[in-house]
Design a protein around this ligand. Structure first.
Ligand code: SF4
Length: 377
């Protein structure tokens, strides 16, 4: 699977620490550099028939449709597309006007991941989003009217400007809009964000974990009642419409990430990441140089990551893969660390998969961390 990072946004959301620039001045140079990187690195991906292509960011919907087409054409010089390929564009509601959507339908892009975040203006103002509550809803309807059926929306819960009843209303709206995929995240306060600063200055209250927990479990019950499968902690899908791209990450498969700050993984032990600086990225590619760093994951790193990622999914971690991939010492460690949790029911084994029952999912990161192998490599 291939990921292309488009590092531009119209404005900086108050909670965001992703890599992007709010100036589009170097958009042309950036696209030329990404185009070059596709050619220079396509050989790194073993998979030559792509099952997933994902435009993420930043905000890829700030690009013109012709620019997206140019990138897709470039990808097609080196790869073929599987007949049922999933091609996702992350898009912000304010970019999804009818003309843009109509042109987008003429490309191979067949899935939109819309940065809705909230259906309420108070939340959107706090988050410094570029769209209004009215646009949050109308963009979804316009996308559907344009023929995009495979839609996902992002929602954020537990903000200081929301409460339980507003969260219930948001979920009602999402279900009424017949969106088949929802990614929902608790608002987190990242360092070096405006949100962090406002909290430090006592301008707003920090998010309350107890409220976020209540929101989370209500969402899970409510969406399941409405036909969604809760297939990963933060993700819900109608049957058959799970994100293939994200599922491949969670299954620890190879991926190639292009564009500044994008990460790649070779499916074995090598991970790399591009420089998170637009100018350095462009300058390097201008000289046919890849501005990336590489690390080699130890057996311990791979084991810990596999648990961390896999235990956040409904399916869990395939014990046969763990058995084949790791040393007897690590297996013994796992047996020892899981036994108490299996007895207490915070872990279960089902059909050969080790998993956390959904009722304990809000604590999943802590449960996985308890199982980490901290011994020598
Ligand atoms: S649009 Fe997305 S990437 Fe851009 S600042 Fe907002 S949250 Fe971050």
């Amino acid at each position: 699977m291939l990921y292309i990072h488009i590092p531009f946004c119209k404005q900086k959301c108050s909670y965001c620490n992703f890599h992007f620039s709010t100036s589009l001045k170097y958009k042309g140079e950036m696209l030329a550099a990404i185009k070059k990187e596709i050619g220079l690195r396509s050989h790194e991906l073993q998979e030559k028939e792509l099952k997933s292509l994902y435009f993420g960011g930043g905000t890829p919907s700030v690009l013109e449709v012709d620019e997206l087409k140019m990138l897709i054409d470039e990808v097609l010089k080196y790869f073929t597309f599987a007949p049922d390929i999933e091609i996702t564009l992350e898009a912000n509601p304010d970019d999804l006007n009818s003309a843009f959507l109509k042109d987008l339908r003429s490309t191979e892009i067949n899935r939109l991941s819309i940065g809705t975040q909230s259906f309420f203006d108070d939340d959107l103002v706090l988050m410094n989003r570029a769209h209004s509550a009215a646009e949050a809803e109308s963009s979804i309807k316009r996308a559907q009217d344009s023929g995009f059926e495979n839609l996902s929306i992002d929602l954020i819960y537990g903000s200081p400007t929301s409460d339980f009843s507003l969260w219930k209303e948001s979920l009602n709206k999402a279900v009424a809009l017949e969106v088949p995929h929802i990614s929902a995240y608790a608002l987190t306060v990242e360092p070096k964000t405006a949100l962090n600063q406002w909290i430090a200055q006592n301008k707003i209250q920090p998010p309350k974990e107890s409220e976020q927990t209540e929101d989370f479990y209500y969402m899970s019950d409510f969406l399941k009642l409405n036909g969604f499968q809760h297939y990963e902690i933060s993700n819900f899908a109608k049957p058959g419409l799970e994100s293939r791209h994200n599922t491949a990450y969670w299954q620890y498969r190879e991926y190639l990430g292009l564009g500044p700050s994008a990460h790649s993984y070779d499916g074995r032990s090598e991970r790399s990441w591009n420089v998170a600086n637009n100018q350095k990225y462009i300058n390097a590619l201008n000289q046919n140089i890849l501005a990336k760093e590489t690390e080699f994951l130890s057996e311990k790193d791979r084991f810990n990551e596999m648990l961390m990622i896999g235990l956040r999914t409904a399916k869990g971690v395939d014990l046969s893969v763990l058995n084949q991939s790791f040393s007897a010492e690590i297996q013994n460690h796992l047996d020892k660390e899981t036994s108490g949790k299996l007895q207490r029911g915070t872990l279960v084994i089902e059909n050969g998969f080790l998993k956390i029952p959904e009722v304990h999912w809000f604590l999943a990161d802590g449960i996985a961390a308890d199982l980490f192998y901290l011994g020598g490599d």
